[in-house]
Design a protein around this ligand. Structure first.
Ligand code: ASP
Length: 311
């Protein structure tokens, strides 16, 4: 099992074998989870702290479940009640975490780069659970695992990532992972929500949704991240849905067996029509959540193997 670092801060920089190893391990955890035999002693005696400075439902609970299924002591540090709200700096928080002998630290922060900064100051292995508009590496892993389970491969697939690309760390991590694994990635959205450095990312850019979806194997929808927008970058929600919302008519130009994904939280009727989000055969949104637990177990497993035995 190869992993190049003590931490998981980003997908950018990982090589195909690192990604493939994580996905293979996650696949074995997915099977184990389905069989109901999930409790293992791998992280017995280890402390995992979930430090979330931004809201989360799926990511925080799935890290908690993943840690518990592997036997770790899991602590959720709620930022609203911690000293961070009393003005403690990120670096003071780091010393507190060191004093608590935290082994694995899962962090989400509104500032891009906060997990990387913390990783230089804490003894724990740090996992980025989403930093600003930068990366959300475990989301990209769970998306890739879901795609691989449906399509049998990542190489050569046409993946259309649609909506608010500029503000999406999910898009960024997925672009790095999928292009590294040989998928053909398209980004689709209004010009105001396409990042300026799109060409450097090795993707094709489409502002016409139907052209962008033509022949796609995978359609990944993203939420409008209004909390990260400084001005009015989009017209009304109704107008956005008309041009960039996924409905049956637009999906009809993708491959007939294409799958529909969304990282959540979804805004039904804005970027995705309810009938598509709940489609019994095309939507794999529920499976993404299931694969999230498996992928986080794989990441915790791989990083725990590199931890010193007795601290
Ligand atoms: N849950 C994802 C994230 O934290 C996507 C989103 O919030 O729209 O980035």
């Amino acid at each position: 099992m190869s992993h190049p670092s003590k931490h998981l801060l980003a997908i950018e920089g990982l090589e195909p074998p690192h990604i493939a190893d994580l996905l293979d391990l996650a696949e074995s955890y997915a099977l184990l989870n389905r069989s109901g035999k999930t409790q293992r002693d791998l992280l017995k005696g280890r402390t995992l702290i979930n430090l979330f400075f931004e809201d989360s439902t799926r990511t925080r609970t799935s890290f908690e479940l993943a840690g518990k299924r592997l036997g770790a002591d899991v602590i959720n540090m709620s930022v609203s009640t911690s000293s961070v709200n009393k003005g403690e700096t990120l670096l003071d928080t780091a010393s507190t975490l060191n004093a608590m002998q935290c082994d694995l630290l899962v962090i989400r922060h509104a500032q891009s780069g906060a997990p990387a900064l913390l990783s230089q100051k804490v003894d724990a292995a740090v996992i980025n659970a989403g930093d600003g508009t930068h990366e959300h590496p475990t989301q990209a892993l769970l998306d890739a695992l879901t795609i691989r389970r449906h399509k049998g491969r990542l190489e050569g697939l046409v993946v259309a990532i649609c909506g608010d690309i500029t503000h999406s760390r999910v898009a960024r991590s997925n672009i790095h992972l999928l292009t590294t694994m040989g998928s053909r990635v398209r980004i689709v959205g209004p010009p105001t929500l396409i990042p300026a450095d799109a060409a450097r990312l090795g993707v094709e850019v489409f502002t016409d949704m139907k052209k962008g979806l033509e022949g796609a194997d995978v359609v990944m929808m993203l939420r409008l991240q209004r909390e990260r927008m400084s001005g009015g970058l989009v017209p009304s929600a109704r107008e956005f849905f008309r041009f960039y919302g996924l409905d049956a008519e637009k999906l009809a130009v993708a491959k007939p067996d294409s799958i529909v994904m969304h990282p959540g939280p979804m805004n039904r009727g804005v970027e995705i029509d309810s009938a598509i989000a709940d489609h019994p055969t095309r939507s794999v949104i529920g499976e993404q959540v299931e694969m999230g637990v498996a992928c986080r177990m794989a990441v915790l497993d791989v990083l725990a193997r590199r931890l010193p035995r007795n601290r």
